[in-house]
Unconditional design. Structure first.
Length: 260
């Protein structure tokens, strides 16, 4: 990879890890689009998962002691089953034939099922972030295990787990530290399950060969986590959140059309 490409990955990983402390976006949601620009979708998802897991291990050391274990167990255990199912579905989708192949601007483009589904998920979760705060979905605590399954499933399928997790946990009355720490531990469990499920397909081996990009992403994300922890008490960065959501929407459209 070029130095410019590594610099872009590093900047995005740093800002993504920083923003996870202030907004509804997760590291995976923000980092996946930049990896998709350089790698096939299955490898990009695996690489994002590796960076996400290492970063969550690091953040556990920073803030993990504040986690509410009742929430982690009630939401996290069902999430593990959901992550396994989502990761298995992803493996199936990668083997399906292209939906459409076409020529545009003197170039050949391919729309594949896996790219289309990941694009739809990216767009859907980005639109959720653009909704006003009072319009954001929230679910009663009584269906917390259901939320765990759904969050885990989408985490295993595309890495998009944070938005749904937040929608279910927000009604529990947790303070900010407990809310974030509980989410970190739950996400870490999902990452472990999905990466273990990806492994038989060889995606982890292929992803690990791209060690310059992985190392850059991991180190930059750790730095972002440190700065985010320092500024944890600050308010949500709404304008940045909206800008990032629009950028992810644009990336989702490009992915759906087979341009990346």
């Amino acid at each position: 990879m070029t130095t410019a490409s590594l610099f872009l990955i590093g900047i995005v990983a740093f800002l993504a890890a920083l923003l996870t402390f202030f907004s509804g976006f997760g590291l995976g949601t923000l980092l996946l689009p930049v990896f998709l620009a350089f790698f096939p979708v299955d490898i990009a998802i695996a690489m994002t998962g590796i960076v996400h897991l290492v970063n969550n291990l690091f953040k556990t050391g920073l803030i993990g002691r504040h986690a509410d274990w009742r929430v982690v167990i009630r939401f996290g255990l069902p999430a593990l089953a959901g992550a396994w199912g989502g990761a298995l579905l992803l493996g199936t989708l990668t083997h399906l034939k292209p939906i459409l192949e076409y020529t545009l601007w003197d170039a050949d483009w391919t729309i594949s099922p896996v790219k289309l589904i990941v694009a739809v998920l990216m767009a859907g979760f980005a639109i959720l972030e653009l909704l006003p705060q009072d319009k954001q979905p929230q679910f009663p605590p009584s269906i917390l295990p259901v939320g765990g399954v759904l969050s885990g499933f989408f985490g295993g399928l595309s890495g998009h787990q944070g938005a749904l997790r937040s929608a279910f946990l927000i009604r529990l009355g947790l303070n900010k530290e407990a809310f974030i720490a509980s989410g970190i531990l739950i996400a870490m469990g999902i990452d472990i399950v999905r990466l273990a499920t990806y492994e038989p397909a060889g995606w982890i081996d292929l992803a690990s060969r791209e060690w310059p990009a992985l190392t850059t992403g991991i180190c930059a994300a750790m730095a972002g986590a440190v700065f985010g922890r320092i500024g944890l008490k600050k308010m949500t960065l709404t304008r940045i959140q909206q800008f990032v959501a629009v950028a992810i929407l644009a990336m989702a459209i490009a992915l759906a059309l087979g341009w990346v």
